[in-house]
Design a protein around this ligand. Structure first.
Ligand code: TRP
Ligand code: SF4
Length: 330
């Protein structure tokens, strides 16, 4: 039986951090390794331009670095198709055709649209492309007739819109060209940045996949803990401590239980607790760093992997577009 196809993309914003690893990326790797799916993962570089149109100079480099982080995290080009959106021009053609049938009201009521416009006040996002990017995302997804789309909750409205667009296309052109895709949500632990805010590149509070050694220790040392715990002799509350959340991901159940006990009775200090955490993160990131070093020394392999993925994606995209043109009679 043919494997079910899965598709997801990420904007090339720069190096990935532990929030990404325990969120989307880790889920991608798991889906790949489950052996149940034919996985397509792509660099959404055109999507980056919808908001970064005035400063595009790092998009290409960010895309390559992101693929390095993907491979380091365990995506395997022998199992998954890794490609770059802008290399498969069919995405633009399908986007155009879908834009013809998408009611404006569907886009205007998109919550992410309103939010991002309100938040990113430093950029003028009242553009045609920004309003329409969920249509581009719909094209990305249905191009591959994906059964499932692994995404975070923030992307759910876009997948919902994709479902509506797929149905509308099939209805208007009286042909079941596109399956209606399902969102695949993963359980994602809520990891905060070192300053206690949401971990984000733009807050400068992230621990990156590439952080190691003294840098990693320094970052972990700077993490906010239980704010009520001023001195080592004060008891702490692990339940409100971000360091403890990390321990639950990186330390053994015995260690977690021991910290949980010791913190509450002031048997362990935060400095020691963080040092333990930094050691564990360092250990578990070691294979990721090894792969990262390998690819940084063999950059040409990255370009080959991307070229190969682009070619594999293009075969399917061309096939879909033939069906689409046939249905639209163009
Ligand atoms: N919009 C997504 C984001 O900002 C990226 C994306 C583009 C995507 N096309 C996609 C995700 C298709 C899943 C499927 O993160
Ligand atoms: Fe957090 Fe550890 Fe300090 Fe307790 S001892 S407050 S868990 S850093």
């Amino acid at each position: 039986m043919a494997l079910k196809r899965i598709l997801s993309g990420m904007r090339p914003t720069g190096r990935l951090h532990l929030g990404n690893l325990h969120g989307a990326l880790g889920n991608w790797v798991e889906l790949q390794n489950s052996g149940n799916y034919d996985c397509f993962y792509f660099v959404a570089d055109w999507h980056a331009i919808t908001s970064e149109y005035a400063s595009t100079e790092s998009i290409r480099e960010n895309g390559v670095n992101m693929v390095i982080d993907w491979l380091a995290a365990g995506l395997d080009p022998a199992k998954s198709t890794l490609f770059v959106q802008s290399a498969v021009k069919e995405h633009a053609e399908l986007f155009l055709l879908l834009s013809m049938i998408t009611p404006l009201a569907w886009l205007q009521r998109n919550p992410t649209y309103k939010e991002m416009q309100a938040e990113l006040t430093s950029k003028d996002l009242s553009t045609f492309g920004f309003l329409g990017y969920p249509v581009l995302q719909a094209a990305d997804i249905i191009m591959y007739k994906a059964y499932g789309v692994p995404v975070g909750v923030d992307q759910l409205p876009h997948v919902e819109l994709t479902r509506e667009i797929a149905r509308r296309f099939n209805f208007i052109y009286q042909k079941e060209v596109f399956p209606v895709p399902e969102p695949l949500l993963a359980d994602v632990p809520k990891l905060l940045g070192v300053d206690g805010r949401k971990m984000s590149k733009s807050y400068d509070n992230a621990i990156y996949l590439s952080d190691r050694g003294a840098d990693l220790h320094q970052k972990v040392t700077s993490m906010f803990t239980d704010p009520q715990r001023m001195r080592k002799k004060d008891p702490g509350d692990p339940d409100i401590c971000n360091v403890f959340t990390f321990h639950k991901l990186y330390s053994s159940p015995e260690t977690v239980a021991e910290i949980n006990r010791a913190c509450r009775v002031a048997d362990i200090g935060c400095t020691e607790c963080k040092k333990m955490l930094a050691d564990r993160i360092g250990e578990q990131m070691a294979p990721i760093h090894e792969r990262m070093d390998y690819y940084l020394e063999h950059l040409h392999e990255i370009y080959d992997i991307i070229a190969d993925g682009n070619a594999r994606a293009a075969v399917i995209a061309r096939r879909t577009m033939e069906e689409v043109r046939e249905a639209v009679k163009i």
